[in-house]
Design a protein. Structure first.
Length: 134
């Protein structure tokens, strides 16, 4: 618990340094859909539907019916992190839980996945601050 709060505090400090991208929502949707199709084909999984919403506490989610939901706030992320989030959710169509096999699949595509996870946390705080200003 203490370690997690240290990670969060460090992420909040680094959030001020991150450059925020901004692309339109339609551009984001096109990027996500293309990546999702590509990764689903590579992993031999089927996507039912893709939704875009403003999620309160996560970048994306996967239902047991094969539906993917992506946070519209992904529009602020650099392309490589969008790509990572999409791949992460597609992997959930194959492995539901964050178990050893899940992370093995992730690490084959993203050797630096731990850094990506940290960057996502940093961007989360940075974007939340930006959203409060609007």
């Amino acid at each position: 618990m203490y370690r997690k709060s240290l990670i969060i505090e460090e992420a909040k400090k680094k959030a001020k340094e991150k450059k925020i991208e901004e692309r339109g929502e339609e551009e984001l949707k096109n990027i996500v859909k293309k990546l999702a199709q590509k990764f689903a084909k590579e992993l031999r999984v089927n996507i039912n539907k893709i939704y875009f919403r403003k999620l309160k506490s996560k970048w994306g989610s996967c239902s047991n019916k094969g539906n993917l939901s992506f946070n519209i706030l992904l529009k602020y992320l650099p392309y490589d992190l969008i790509k990572y989030v999409v791949f992460h959710e597609i992997v959930h169509l194959k492995e539901r839980r964050h178990n050893k096999k899940f992370w093995e699949i992730i690490s084959k595509e993203f050797k630096d996945y731990e850094k990506k996870e940290k960057d996502l946390l940093i961007y989360w705080f940075s974007i939340q601050e930006l959203e409060r200003q609007d």
